[in-house]
Design a protein around this ligand. Structure first.
Ligand code: SAM
Length: 238
C-alpha cells in the first residue's frame, strides 16, 4: 500500500486518499457550480438574496468576490502599499482565501476560523470538519497564510492596532456576532485601510444591520453581486 501523495499520509491503493478523492467532487457553488448552471442564459434569478435583481446567470459567487479583490488590489497599489497584510474572519475551506491570495501579493494572510461547531456549509458541501481542514490546507498552500484555529473574539488581542490593510468578515452572520467582529477588528485596520465582508443581503438581516451601523455615509458602501460589501475604515464610525 502507498501513502497519499496529495494531502496526508493515509494508506491508499490509488495514490491519493479518500478525503482528497471526495474533495475533487465537492459541491462548491464557486469552484464547481451546479450542472444546470447556464452562464449565457439571461434571466432574472429568483432567491438570490438580492430580490432577483441580477439579470443574468453568471456565477455571481465567483465574479463578485473577484471584482472586490481586484478593487482592493488597485486601492492598495494607488496607496503605494507593496506588502499588504490582511485578516479574514471565517475562512472555512479556504475558497475565498484562495481568491484573495491569487490576486494580491499579500505579505500576510491571517485566517481565523475554529473549524468546529454548527455550520450550514458542511451540509451543502457534504464534508466534515476534518475534510474541510484538509481542503483549507490544499487551497491555501501557495500563500503566506497563518491560520488561527479559534473564534475571532478569542484571538483579537493577537493582532496589533492600525496594522492591517484589509479585513474581510464572513463568520457567524448573527447581528451580535457581526457587530462584535466589527468592533474588535476594525481598530486593527489602518486608517485608510479597507474593510469588507460577505452576505450583506436580505437573507442575512443581522449582517446588514451591523454593517449599516458602522457606515457614516451609505454612498461610501460598495456592494458586489456575491453579496460582499466594502468600505474604507475612514468612512466608518469605528
Ligand atoms: C460562510 S463560512 C466562510 C466561507 C469562506 N469565507 C468562503 O467564502 O469560502 C463561515 C465560517 O465562519 C466560521 N466562524 C463562525 N464563527 C466564527 C468566529 N467567531 N470566528 C471565526 N470564524 C468563525 C465557521 O467555522 C465557518 O467556517
Amino acid at each position: 500500500m502507498d501513502s497519499c501523495i496529495k494531502c496526508c499520509t493515509r494508506e491508499t491503493e490509488f495514490g491519493f486518499c479518500y478525503i482528497y478523492d471526495k474533495l475533487r467532487y465537492m459541491n462548491s457553488i464557486r469552484f464547481n457550480p451546479p450542472e444546470d448552471w447556464k452562464p449565457n442564459e439571461l434571466k432574472k434569478r429568483q432567491g438570490d438574496g438580492n430580490g432577483g435583481k441580477y439579470n443574468s446567470c453568471i456565477n455571481r459567487y465567483w465574479r463578485g468576490l473577484n471584482v472586490l479583490v481586484q478593487i482592493v488590489g488597485e486601492e492598495l497599489t494607488i496607496d503605494g502599499i507593496l506588502k499588504p497584510k490582511m485578516i479574514e474572519i471565517g475562512s472555512y475551506m479556504g475558497e475565498s482565501t484562495l481568491i484573495f491570495g491569487s490576486m494580491v501579493n499579500w505579505e500576510e494572510i491571517n485566517c481565523i476560523d475554529p473549524l468546529e461547531g454548527e455550520e450550514i456549509m458542511n451540509d451543502i458541501s457534504k464534508l466534515n470538519w476534518t475534510q474541510v481542514g484538509v481542503n483549507f490546507l490544499h487551497n491555501t498552500q501557495y500563500f503566506n497564510v497563518k491560520h488561527f484555529k479559534d473564534y475571532s473574539y478569542n484571538v483579537a488581542d493577537k493582532f496589533k492596532e492600525d496594522e492591517y490593510d484589509f479585513l474581510y468578515i464572513d463568520a457567524n452572520h448573527e447581528y451580535e456576532s457581526v457587530k462584535k467582529d466589527l468592533e474588535l477588528f476594525i481598530p486593527k485596520v489602518k486608517t485608510f485601510g479597507i474593510i469588507g465582508g460577505h452576505d450583506y443581503t436580505d437573507s442575512w438581516p443581522g449582517v446588514k444591520k451591523a454593517v449599516n451601523e458602522i457606515v457614516i455615509n451609505p454612498k461610501d458602501l460598495k456592494l458586489f453581486e456575491d453579496g460582499s460589501w466594502l468600505i474604507k475604515r475612514v468612512n466608518t464610525t469605528i
